[in-house]
Design a protein around this ligand. Structure first.
Ligand SMILES: Nc1ncnc2c1ncn2[C@@H]1O[C@H](COP(=O)(O)OP(=O)(O)OP(=O)(O)O)[C@@H](O)[C@H]1O
Ligand SMILES: [Mg+2]
Length: 227
């Protein structure tokens, strides 16, 4: 069983009266422990694909299975439960909650699933340590650098021990030195803890470091350029 199984996935967005095709007949498998980049031109469907695998959206057609769970016509609330159980998501603009400290941001997914504050706190502290933020628990996002915010976002994505971590252009808002550090952190988590990462990216450094590339063009996978 693959960790992610996409079969004939299509995604159309409704824009007024028209349908905008974003993905068409995409079939891929991703295995546990992979470090994969989805790449391709702007508008090729990278974010759309990550959002589907990340259970932030549902396909217009096709079948999706994640960690053996068939994702079909779940309503929003059951999708949210599955997302909390299976997925860690890192966004390009970090998406941290501004009024919460780093620690509170990382505790949140655990509190959503009903863990006690004490247990959530212990797990969040250990993930913040793991991403190198041992001294910044109390800081709010606006008191942190971009690289530190992305570390908080990675800790938040990891704190639930998800089956897969998805990251949409995780280095796009970071300078090159910080990008390298974030990339090294993710690579380390992949190699030492077998965390499965799927990125979308334009970043050549990130592309150079992955073990597999999935190229999209006009919403379709271009087979000859995958490795
Ligand atoms: N919410 C939406 N409503 C309508 N059309 C959308 C929506 N989101 C994406 N699209 C369209 O779907 C197609 C794929 O977009 P997507 O954002 O997945 O591409 P991308 O590869 O992530 O691009 P980028 O590199 O610019 O982030 C594009 O034609 C885009 O305009
Ligand atoms: Mg995108």
């Amino acid at each position: 069983m693959s960790l992610v199984e996409c079969r004939g996935i299509s995604k159309n967005y409704k824009l007024g009266e028209t349908l905008v095709p974003a993905l068409s007949d995409v079939s891929i498998n991703i295995e546990k422990g992979e470090f994969v980049a989805v790449w391709g031109p702007s508008g090729s469907g990278k974010t759309s694909l990550l959002n589907l695998v990340g259970l932030l959206d549902t396909p217009s057609a096709g079948q999706l299975k994640i960690a053996g769970e068939t994702i079909s016509t779940q309503d929003d609330s059951s999708l949210a439960v599955l997302r909390n159980k299976l997925i860690g998501f890192v966004f390009q603009n970090f998406n941290l909650i501004a009024v919460l400290s780093a620690l509170e941001n990382v505790m949140l997914p655990l509190q959503i699933r009903g863990e006690s504050p004490a247990q959530a706190r212990d797990k969040a502290v250990s993930k913040l340590d793991a991403v190198g933020l041992a001294t910044l628990y109390k800081s709010r996002p606006d008191q942190m650098s971009g690289g530190q915010r992305q570390r908080v976002a990675i800790a938040r994505a990891l704190v639930t021990d998800p089956a897969i971590v998805l990251a949409d252009e995780p280095t796009a808002n970071l300078d090159s030195v910080t990008s390298d550090q974030i990339l090294a952190l993710m690579r380390d988590l992949n190699q030492k803890q077998n965390v499965t990462f799927v990125f979308s990216t334009h970043d050549p450094r990130l592309l150079a470091s992955v073990s597999r590339k999935i190229r999209l063009q006009d919403g379709q996978i271009t087979p000859e350029e995958n490795s």
